[in-house]
Design a protein. Structure first.
Length: 133
């Protein structure tokens, strides 16, 4: 990984804040695998490829109002980038507010995100990347 990949993560979150789905998808490799928090909570298969990125986006927009993940510290750790994310959203059906810090681990190749997953703790994200605290 490199500063380029840290910047890639920043660009992905900027696209989310602009609500620019096309730009967000374009930052992902066509064979990417993404595992948002819901996959780890409820199980199921990760989203795959550009169609999966679009499905993830649609699922989030369908499930939450006021979805606004705020990117905190982003660190380049060699083969992986670790990002602290303050996740805020409100369930569309339940009205329940979610306000928590989560951790994202990501990998990239050729200027595109190839994999990312969300974890409840920094230690879990580091472990997923084969690293220790």
């Amino acid at each position: 990984m490199s500063q380029e990949n840290v910047d890639l993560v920043h660009r992905a979150y900027a696209a989310i804040h602009r609500r620019d789905l096309d730009a967000y998808v374009a930052l992902h490799d066509s064979a990417c695998q993404i595992s948002p928090r819901i996959v780890s909570i409820e199980g199921g298969a990760p989203y795959r490829g550009h169609e999966g990125v679009r499905a993830f986006w649609t699922d989030v927009q369908t499930s939450f109002t006021d979805w606004l993940p705020e990117l905190g510290e982003v660190r380049d750790l060699g083969d992986i980038v670790i990002a602290e994310v303050h996740f805020r959203a409100r369930g569309k059906d339940s009205g329940v507010t979610i306000d928590q810090t989560i951790w994202q681990a990501a990998k990239a190749r050729g200027g595109r995100i190839t994999w990312w997953a969300i974890y409840p703790s920094e230690a879990d994200a580091l472990k997923a990347g084969g690293l220790k605290e």
